[in-house]
Ligand binder design. Sequence first.
Ligand SMILES: [Cu+2]
Length: 112
Amino acid sequence: MRRWLVAPLAVLALVALVGCGESLDDAEPEVGATQVTVEDNEFSARVIQVPPGTEVTWTWDANNDHNVVGDGFQSDAQQDGTFAHAFADPGTYDYRCTLHGSMTGRVIVAAD
Ligand SMILES: [Cu+2]
């Protein structure tokens, strides 16, 4: 690739990444929330923080199918109903709706 092309392409790639929406790292965690609403097309709250051993419940309020898929937990694709998962160990658990790439969420499990 020609050298003069590299810098503009790098800038374009960065703009494209940032344009994908607010990153999970930038979202303010809702501390102590154990309920997440699954909407068209986002999780609310998007980032929550709970103590170890907490059961988190996702409740669907949607007109289209969505699921909750993370490392060690997975719901069905559904439009209503609930899904619950207990987080025993501290850590950061990212999850997504596999039907909609922009639907991402995070559960932070921390003692405080
Ligand atoms: Cu979805």
